[in-house]
Design a protein around this ligand. Structure first.
Ligand code: AMP
Length: 349
């Protein structure tokens, strides 16, 4: 390492080798996040891990780095990463591609909403790693365009959410297709009974990790609530916007219809806002997310599913236009992003 003083020594100390250290240097990661510190050596050593971590903790690189390092480019498909939503798949794939910049590892997405022919064509190019949603991966397996014979690594990202969405059967079928020994990593925001049960069935003596730091995320966020009549919510929202002048904000609604209505209303009032929810075609959702990520769109009106797991830097406000019924969802909404990073000034209403 002394010949490469610019490379991040703290990652080298965890066992990460030069091609990946160069990529880490290129993306500017100097120090591992808490989950990376714990998970990277475990995965490098071959252990199965059940990790409790939210988006924003650096979880993607925590399983991504060791797996990328262990992939043998001379062999066919070796790693399968499943995510609950297409948005998260896009995000995970983007991160892995950046980290694999100096490796000969070919990563391909497998999720619904893209044309079947295009997908099959991409899979024909012999990926070493796929990132996909359970439904589409299952579909590709059934069509015989995916072959799991050489798979050695499986990651289920946001397992709890996958179970919530109803991917239970697909997950079981997919995991059941891998007959030989392999290494498995689950990442989940919560370790509810069903997640633990699934891990017992499909993992070999897993190490359980908890690096969620819920306390810290909450410390970094100023939360306020305002009591308002249903009919007066929109007027109050406008007042809050005038008063707070948020530069990058997500407004959460309970339903797709609600998101559409609210975005239209803001638009009609000359406020630049975009809606994002499950009724939009995949390409459009991706385009909107990309523009939001680049701060080209200041306001996103979103449903939980569409915004789930989305990591965007520089968000100043989260507004719960409709409060969720479930406290977990509330925590996801407000505390998901970059829990371990230096505090930014943020408000949640
Ligand atoms: P994740 O929890 O994987 O969605 O990551 C959250 C964000 O942190 C992403 O934007 C990553 O690019 C970024 N990130 C991950 N690990 C590091 C690190 N060690 N140093 C700085 N940024 C990081």
């Amino acid at each position: 390492m002394h010949r490469h003083p610019e490379l991040p020594q703290a990652f080298a100390d965890l066992g990460i080798e030069i091609p990946i250290l160069r990529a880490l240097h290129a993306v500017g990661y100097k120090d591992p996040s808490p989950i990376q510190r714990e998970l990277i050596p475990l995965v490098l050593s071959g252990r199965d891990v059940l990790g409790q971590a939210r988006t924003g903790t650096g979880k993607t690189a925590s399983f991504g780095l060791p797996i990328l390092q262990k992939i043998d480019p001379s062999q066919p498909l070796q790693a399968v990463i499943l995510t609950p939503t297409r948005e998260l798949a896009v995000q995970v794939l983007g991160e892995l591609k950046r980290l694999a910049k100096f490796l000969e590892v070919h990563c391909v997405p497998v999720y619904g909403g893209t044309r079947m022919a295009q997908q099959i064509h991409q899979l024909g190019k012999k990926p070493h790693l796929i990132v996909g949603t359970p439904g589409r991966v299952m579909d590709m397996l059934d069509r015989g365009v995916l072959n799991f014979d050489s798979v050695r690594f499986v990651v289920l990202d946001e397992v709890d959410r996958m179970l919530d969405i109803g991917f239970r059967d697909d997950i079981r079928k997919i995991l059941g297709r891998i007959k030989h020994a392999h290494q498995t990593v689950f990442v989940s925001a919560t370790l509810e009974a069903e997640v633990v049960k699934l891990s017992k069935t499909y993992m070999n003596d897993p190490v359980e990790l908890n690096v969620s730091r819920d306390q810290i995320t909450v410390d970094l966020i100023t939360q306020q609530y305002i009591v308002v009549q249903q009919w007066d919510k929109y007027r109050l929202l406008r007042k809050i916007m005038e008063h707070e002048k948020p530069t990058l904000v997500i407004i959460f609604t309970r339903t797709k219809h609600g998101a559409r209505k609210l975005a239209q209303r803001l638009h009609a009032d000359g406020i630049e806002a975009r809606e994002i929810h499950g009724d939009l075609v995949q390409q459009k959702r991706e385009r909107i997310m990309e523009r939001f990520r680049k701060h080209h769109i200041p306001i996103l009106v979103a449903t939980d599913l569409a915004a789930r797991g989305i990591d965007v830097h520089g968000i100043t406000h989260i507004i719960n236009f409709d409060m969720p019924d479930d406290i977990e969802i509330y925590v996801h909404r407000i505390a998901e992003r970059r829990a371990w990073a230096p505090p930014e000034k943020r408000y949640r209403l």
